[in-house]
Design a binder for this molecule. Sequence first.
Ligand code: AP5
Length: 218
Amino acid sequence: MYIVFLGAPGAGKGTQAATVAEKLNLAHIASGDMFREAQKQETELAKQAKVYMEKGMLVPDDITIQMVLERIAAPDCERGVIFDGFPRTLEQAKALDEALGKQGKMIDSVVYIKVAEAELLERLSGRWICRQCQTPYHMVNSPPQTPGKCDRCGGELYQRPDDTPETVKERLKVYFAETAPLIDHYAQAGKLLEVGGEGGVDEVRERILASLEKETVK
Ligand code: AP5
């Protein structure tokens, strides 16, 4: 199964993709996490991406597509993938279709997690993530058991530099201009599963799993 998780910044893509991938035994590819990982290693790719990420802009398609297509060639992607935050432009969607098509595969479903803008802002302003494994927490909605420490790996929690109110505003603007058109694109292809992203984390996960299950028994 090849599944895309689509939604605005803060919709809960990362939170849900990690557990749904584990449950369905799929690889989890998060383009934002990959860029942040590369920054720890100070690679050339990271230097190029950082300039855009800091401003809340999309990293250019050529850099992003190359990074993700290299990743899907890894053996753990053979059993299927949940893409989280990729594709984010029509160009990226086309490149992914082509790359999967060459392997006789295709995107099966696109889970669009829909959340109202006021809720997105509230979620991003309270988000802390693990410096080591990138697990997201929320200081009110899903706090860690020990303040400042990741429940999964004990890593230090920090606030993403692009979660400041000004950068979030820019990220939302970019999302509506460049990524939201993918909603129609995948709806026309008959692949879109719209899921309400409000309510508790477990409740949203159950909705996503039910919607995917309904789709596979069709
Ligand atoms: P990326 O890291 O992908 O950020 P994003 O898409 O803006 O998404 P977020 O990580 O902000 O939100 P999310 O939907 O994953 O929400 P989360 O689960 O954390 O990208 C960052 C940057 O990298 C981009 O701006 C761009 O520069 C670059 N980039 C990445 N991919 C790219 C691409 N394909 N092309 C070009 N550039 C790219 O949840 C948010 C918060 O809400 C958390 O605190 C969480 O605990 C909480 N929460 C989650 N679910 C719930 C719930 N149900 N109820 C209450 N709280 C909840």
